[in-house]
Design a protein around this ligand. Structure first.
Ligand code: WT7
Length: 573
C-alpha cells in the first residue's frame, strides 16, 4: 500500500528546468489558477477550501491531524462546513466584520484551522499567537493591533488580561466546560445551531489577510501585515519549491503562530489541494518518524534545529520506520549545515533542500529546487519572479563573491503590505523605494547561488525562532533584582544560537545559581519559554555607549573571546 502510493506520485519535478522558467516567468502566468481572475473578487479561504468542493474534490482528505490524544481526518467539505459554522458564530456572537483583527491563541488542533478559515471568510484579519506566549507577549500584540476578538482555550485564557485591553470585545473559548460570562463566550454553546452555510465576504487584492508579529533588534515586536494577493506566491512556490502534486501528503512541522506554519502549513498546501498533515504533540524523534510513516508523508518541510535533534537521536532509530514514502525534504529558518545534508543523504537517501525567506517576505524567496543541483551550504537561487541582489550600504549592487546585504527588488505578491501602526518602520526596510533590505548578510557566487553569512543586526535565531534581544532585555529589567541586562545569541550546535543574558544586579543583591533560575523562570512565565535565557552571566556593570545603550557587540566579543576593539571609538549609537 505504502509503496503503491509512493509510485502514484509523479517524481518528475513540477519545474523541470529552473533557468528557462526563471527567464520567462511572470506572476500573471499563475492568475488563471484563481477564481478571482474571472470574478475580480478575492478570498483566501475560498481558494483554499470551498473552491475545491465546488470543483468536485469535496471528499478528498484535506487534513490529517494527530496528537497524543486525538487522531482525525477531515475532507475539504468537512473544513468548508466547520469554517462556515465558525464564521457564523464569530459574526453573530462577536460582531466580527471585514478588517477586524481577530487573534487565535490556541495550541494546534483541528479547531484552530477551522477558526482561522472562519475569520478569513468574514474578511477579517487573522492574528495567530504562539501558544507559548505569556501575558506580556500576548498583551503587547493585542494592544498594538487593537484586536477585537480572541479565540482561545481554557488553558490559555488567563494569559489574556481582558481589563487592560479596551479594544478587546469578546473572547471565544473553544473547549469543554467553558466558564462563560458576558465577554467570554463558549463556542460550543452556539455550535449546534450555527448554520452550515456562509456567504463569503469578497475582498480586493490589497485587503488584509494575516498579521504576524516578529522581532527586530530594537523595539517591541512589529506586526507584519500580509494581504490577499500573497496567495499567488503561496500557490506557485508550493508547486515549484515544495513540488506539490495531486496525491501528495505534505507535512510542515511549523506552528501556525509563526509565518512558516501559515504560509506553508496552511495556504500553500491547500491552494494546491493536497492532503496536509498536522502533528499537534511535542517533538520527539519517535513521534516524528512515526508521523512520516503512518501518513505516508511524501513532502516534508522542517527546520535545521529539528533535523539536528533527529540526527542526535542516532541513525539506528530511523531504520525502525518505513520512510519510503518520503519524496522531497525541505528546510527553513536558519543555515542548513552541510553535515545535516550529509546525514539526510545517508538516512533518507534524499538531499534536504534549503529555502530562505522571512516573515516580511511572506513566502519563499531563495530556494533549492528539486530540478536543480544543490550546493550544500547554499540557500539556492531566487524563486521565479523574484530579483535578488547583494547590495552595499548605499544600495549599489555588488559583484560575485562580495559580501553585503541581501536585498530583494520591491513588489512581489507576498511582500508585507505594512507594519501595523508603524509606517516609519515599514519605510525603513527599503532603499530608494527599490530594494527591500533583508538584514541578512550574504554573497552570491559566479553561478548565481546565494550563501548566507549571518544577521547584520542583533536578532537572535534560536531553534529556528526569531527573538529580539530588546524584548527579552525589557522583561529582564522588570525583575526587581535586575538593574541592567544585555542579551545576545550564543552559538550552539543544536539550536543554532541560544539566548544568553548578561545581567548587572541592583545594589544589595548577591549573585547565585538560585537567582539565575529565578530570573529564567521570570522571563519564561512572563514572556515566553523560548525567549528565556538558557545562560545567564552576572557582571558588575555592562558596557554602554555614552547615550546609555548597551553594547551587545561587546557582550558578543566577550562571549566569543574576540578582541573588543577600542571601546572609546565605538559610535555613540
Ligand atoms: C530570518 C527570518 C520564514 C522563515 C522562518 C523564519 C533566517 C531563514 C534561512 C535559511 C539561513 C535563514 C534569516 C532571516 N533564515 N531562512 N534558509 N538560511 N538563515 O522567519 O522568523 O521571519 O526569520 O531567519 O536570518 O532573516 P523569521
Amino acid at each position: 500500500m505504502r509503496l503503491e502510493l509512493y509510485k502514484a506520485v509523479d517524481k518528475t519535478p513540477n519545474m523541470k528546468d529552473y533557468d528557462s522558467v526563471y527567464e520567462s516567468f511572470q506572476w500573471e502566468d499563475t492568475f488563471d489558477h484563481f477564481s478571482w481572475s474571472k470574478t475580480g473578487q478575492y478570498n483566501m479561504a475560498y481558494e483554499c477550501i470551498d473552491k475545491h468542493v465546488e470543483e468536485g474534490y469535496g471528499e478528498h482528505v484535506a487534513l490529517k491531524y494527530r496528537d497524543k490524544n486525538v487522531e482525525a481526518s477531515y475532507t475539504f467539505k468537512d473544513i468548508m462546513i466547520e469554517s462556515n459554522k465558525a464564521a457564523n458564530i464569530f459574526r453573530n456572537q462577536a460582531d466580527v466584520t471585514k478588517g477586524d483583527r481577530v487573534f487565535i491563541f490556541m495550541n494546534r488542533s483541528p479547531e484552530l484551522y477551522f477558526a482561522l478559515f472562519g475569520i478569513l471568510k468574514l474578511g477579517a484579519i487573522a492574528g495567530p499567537l504562539f501558544e507559548a506566549f505569556m501575558e506580556k507577549a500576548v498583551t503587547d500584540r493585542l494592544e498594538n493591533s487593537e484586536a477585537k476578538v480572541v479565540i482561545t482555550t481554557n488553558e490559555l485564557l488567563n494569559r489574556i488580561p481582558h481589563n487592560k485591553l479596551p479594544n478587546l470585545e469578546k473572547i471565544i473559548v473553544i473547549d469543554d466546560e467553558v466558564n462563560a460570562s458576558n465577554d467570554v463566550l463558549d463556542y460550543y454553546e452556539y455550535y449546534d445551531s450555527a448554520d452550515e452555510t456562509f456567504d463569503i465576504e469578497w475582498l480586493k487584492k490589497d485587503d488584509g489577510l494575516i498579521l504576524h508579529y516578529t522581532s527586530g533588534s530594537t523595539g517591541q515586536p512589529k506586526g507584519v501585515l500580509h494581504v490577499q494577493q500573497a496567495m499567488v506566491q503561496h500557490y506557485i512556490t508550493g508547486k515549484y519549491v515544495l513540488d506539490l502534486k495531486e496525491d501528495d501528503v505534505f507535512w510542515c512541522t511549523a506552528d501556525p503562530g509563526w509565518v512558516t506554519g501559515t504560509s506553508y502549513g496552511i495556504f500553500a498546501p491547500w491552494l494546491n489541494r493536497v492532503t496536509n498533515v498536522v502533528f499537534g504533540g511535542r517533538f520527539s524523534p519517535e513521534a516524528w518518524y512515526e508521523t512520516l510513516e503512518k501518513y505516508d508523508v511524501t513532502v516534508w518541510y522542517s527546520a535545521p534545529t529539528a533535523f539536528r535533534m533527529l540526527m542526535n537521536a542516532g541513525d539506528e532509530l530511523v531504520h525502525h520506520y518505513d520512510l519510503s514514502s518520503v519524496r522531497h525534504i525541505l528546510s527553513v529558518g536558519e543555515p542548513l549545515n552541510p553535515e545535516v545534508i550529509k546525514w539526510g543523504n545517508n538516512v533518507f537517501k534524499k538531499r534536504i533542500h534549503d529555502t530562505w525567506w522571512m516573515t516580511e517576505t511572506g513566502a519563499h524567496m531563495i530556494c533549492n529546487y528539486p530540478s536543480m543541483d544543490i550546493r550544500a551550504g547554499s540557500m539556492g537561487k531566487p524563486v521565479p519572479g523574484i530579483q535578488a541582489a547583494i547590495i552595499d550600504h548605499q544600495g549599489n549592487e555588488l559583484g560575485p563573491n562580495q559580501m553585503g546585504n541581501l536585498a530583494i527588488k520591491k513588489g512581489w505578491p507576498s511582500m508585507m503590505h505594512t507594519i501595523w501602526n508603524n509606517e516609519a518602520k515599514y519605510n525603513s526596510y527599503f532603499v530608494d523605494d527599490t530594494w527591500y533590505i533583508s538584514g541578512d548578510s550574504a554573497y552570491k557566487d559566479e553561478d548565481g547561488y546565494y550563501w548566507f553569512q549571518g544577521r547584520v543586526d542583533d536578532v537572535i535565531m534560536t531553534a529556528g525562532e526569531r527573538v529580539g534581544p530588546f524584548e527579552v532585555e525589557s522583561k529582564l529589567v522588570e525583575h526587581p533584582k535586575v538593574a541592567e541586562a544585555g542579551v545576545i545569541g550564543k552559538p550552539d550546535p543544536i539550536r543554532g544560537e541560544i539566548i544568553k543574558a548578561f545581567i548587572a544586579l541592583r545594589d544589595g543583591y548577591e549573585t547565585s545559581d538560585e537567582l539565575k533560575e529565578e530570573i529564567r523562570v521570570f522571563v519564561k512565565e512572563g514572556l515566553a519559554a523560548h525567549a528565556a535565557p538558557r545562560e545567564i552571566e552576572f557582571k558588575d556593570k555592562l558596557p554602554k555607549t555614552r547615550s546609555g545603550k548597551i553594547m551587545r557587540r561587546v557582550l558578543k566579543s566577550w562571549e566569543l573571546d574576540l578582541p573588543t576593539g577600542d571601546l572609546s571609538t565605538i559610535d555613540d549609537d
